[in-house]
Design a protein around this ligand. Sequence first.
Ligand SMILES: Nc1ncnc2c1ncn2[C@@H]1O[C@H](COP(=O)(O)OP(=O)(O)O)[C@@H](O)[C@H]1O
Ligand SMILES: O=P(O)(O)OC[C@H]1O[C@H](OP(=O)(O)OP(=O)(O)O)[C@H](O)[C@@H]1O
Length: 201
Amino acid sequence: MAGKLVYMVGPSGSGKDSLLQALENGLPDDCIIMKRVITRPENSPGEVADSVSMQVFEQIEAEGGFSMSWRANGLAYGIPKDLDRHLAEGKTVLVNGSRSYCTHVSQLYPDVIIVLVAVKPELLRQRLVNRGRESLQEITLRLERNSCFEQVLQNKLSLQQLSFFLLDNSGDLKQAVGQLRDKLEIWCSAGMQSDKSPLLS
Ligand SMILES: Nc1ncnc2c1ncn2[C@@H]1O[C@H](COP(=O)(O)OP(=O)(O)O)[C@@H](O)[C@H]1O
Ligand SMILES: O=P(O)(O)OC[C@H]1O[C@H](OP(=O)(O)OP(=O)(O)O)[C@H](O)[C@@H]1O
């Protein structure tokens, strides 16, 4: 039985990586989180990713080493080809993704479940400042990028009849983690039946 791709998207700073890190302890059986390949400097605080130079990234990409890759925030992000092996083995695989890539992912993986992580706009800047990884200029660029996606994305996903689960992470992280874990348990045990209606939280 084919596995299930759970593609988590949302503004930089909305908490995707924090949610995934919190989920790591106690993931349901046969559920894994893909480690990303990013051209972000080694030892950047936060997400544990494989850091590579742009030259190496483009070489891996050219050799077909990624199941998916995209550019954003002046960085390149790649999901290793191992994703497809895990799915073929029937695993549920969580990926920290990009809103700009959702449509493409749904064409590659029609049964994908998209988790749209939301956070109140007034909180986003403070979250990014508190993270302390990006410069104020980089934070401004991320916030401007986000303003292009707000609302449009949900309408687009609904129009395309894509399953998506809206997860509000404006409150306590533990609460959002609990909601996501509950959903994961359902997705992992429900025979991977994808529900084509938007799964609003
Ligand atoms: N529910 C939350 N409440 C308060 N701070 C949060 C919450 N979720 C995440 N954070 C913090 O916000 C910042 C951005 O989170 P991060 O997981 O890096 O977001 P993303 O991966 O979406 O860019 C981090 O400093 C993180 O510790
Ligand atoms: O296309 P968007 O939906 O705007 O997302 C832009 C990028 O930000 C997300 O990563 P992450 O949140 O880790 O970015 P960061 O470098 O700001 O942490 C996501 O994985 C994309 O690579």
